[in-house]
Design a protein. Structure first.
Length: 367
């Protein structure tokens, strides 16, 4: 199967990434600031489930960009891992340190914060904290857990690519089915036995990431299917599946189903995300392909997630001090502060740091 033609920009996937990031932001303003999004409040209340789409899109994007090269070549492998780490690690370290200093400034016992983070430093530095299921509520892990999962996904990606590429279509579909079954069944095990939440567990996030890789590897065959092109490569179909997903979440929330167990909502969302990723990767969005706004919004998704580590705490303090209770004002302030912090992270920190690191460790070696 020829994968070289896969490497291009998929505006539909950029749009899906931006929407997923927006829903996660709405989720955080809902649980931290008490924001109410009206008819979409139930979706916002369970918006954390959209992190599943984020991991699936990450796997999909990597495959379309790297499937055409021999990634297990020593130099290609070194370059891949280096580029991935440069893309996420510097901002992870910086925001982690900023959060620790922020916590120290607010704490009546700053030395306690220092000692806590010194104990955590080795595993935090290595990015393996998500393997410790009970660390989610300590230090900055509630906002950086996904980076730990991403680092593990990036570490194993080259092996996934080389294993998945030669498989038959049937074998790939079976793997997607098995991975989906594990993802959909596991939350019931958590609920039944009252064990630790699997929301930040890297194994389950790796399964989501792997489904994304498999979907991308199936794209050449999907493009040949008349049924797929007519039904899924269709804007109306994407609107319908989005409405059905939102309606399903809303009904489940209204019925009080598994509130707070975000992974349980994969029952509704995982099949929808699979359909949406397939469809959005096959629809030609000529109007969006030229959109610099969409491209930019997609490019800052990473720092937008990191900004929420600070924005909601800042907003909560500000709203409390000034006695602000208006819902629209809360939403506007919550989003405004998050966007401002994200823009600062992007232009004052991320861009110059990653540019310098790429010039120092990647471009210089090539020349």
């Amino acid at each position: 199967m020829d994968y070289s033609a896969l490497k291009k920009r998929y505006a539909g996937l950029d749009l899906l990434r931006v929407i997923s990031a927006a829903v996660v932001c709405a989720f955080h303003t809902t649980i931290h600031l008490g924001a109410d999004y009206g008819i979409l409040q139930s979706v916002s209340q369970m918006g954390a489930v959209f992190m599943t789409a984020f991991f699936m899109l990450s796997g999909y994007t990597l495959f379309v960009n790297y499937a055409g090269i021999e990634i297990m070549n020593k130099e290609a492998l070194r370059k891949f891992w280096l580029k991935r780490m440069i893309a996420i690690v510097p901002m992870y370290y910086l925001t982690s340190l900023l959060f620790i200093f922020h916590r120290m400034s607010l704490s009546g016992e700053p030395m306690k914060v220092v000692m806590e983070n010194l104990w955590l430093a080795p595993i935090e530095a290595l990015g393996i904290q998500s393997n410790f299921s009970s660390l989610f509520n300590f230090s900055h892990n509630g906002g950086t857990w996904f980076i730990s999962c991403l680092m593990i996904c990036y570490l194993v990606y080259p092996f996934l690519q080389e294993v998945f590429k030669p498989l038959s279509v049937r074998a790939k579909i079976i793997l997607i089915g098995i991975s989906s079954f594990i993802l959909l069944y596991s939350p019931f095990v958590v609920a039944k036995f009252g064990i630790s939440n699997i929301y930040s567990n890297p194994f389950f996030r790796l399964l989501e990431f792997g489904i994304g890789v498999l979907l991308a590897s199936l794209k050449p065959k999907l493009d040949e299917s008349i049924v797929v092109r007519r039904i899924l490569y269709n804007r109306a179909s994407m609107v319908v599946i989005s409405i059905l997903m939102a309606a399903g979440i809303t009904v489940a929330v209204k019925k009080g189903f598994a509130l707070g167990n975000y992974m349980m909502y994969s029952l509704i969302c995982l099949p929808c995300f699979i359909i949406m990723i397939i469809g959005m990767s096959g629809i030609e969005f000529d109007d969006l392909e030229r959109s610099r706004v969409l491209s930019y919004c997609s490019s800052i998704a990473y720092v937008f997630f990191l900004a929420q580590l600070f924005s909601n705490a800042i907003c909560k303090s500000f709203l409390g001090k000034h006695g602000i209770t208006g819902n629209v004002t809360i939403i506007l302030i919550g989003w405004f502060v998050c966007i401002v912090i994200a823009l600062f992270f992007r232009h004052a920190l991320e861009k110059p740091i990653t540019a310098w690191l790429k010039d120092r460790f990647i471009d210089q070696n090539q020349s």
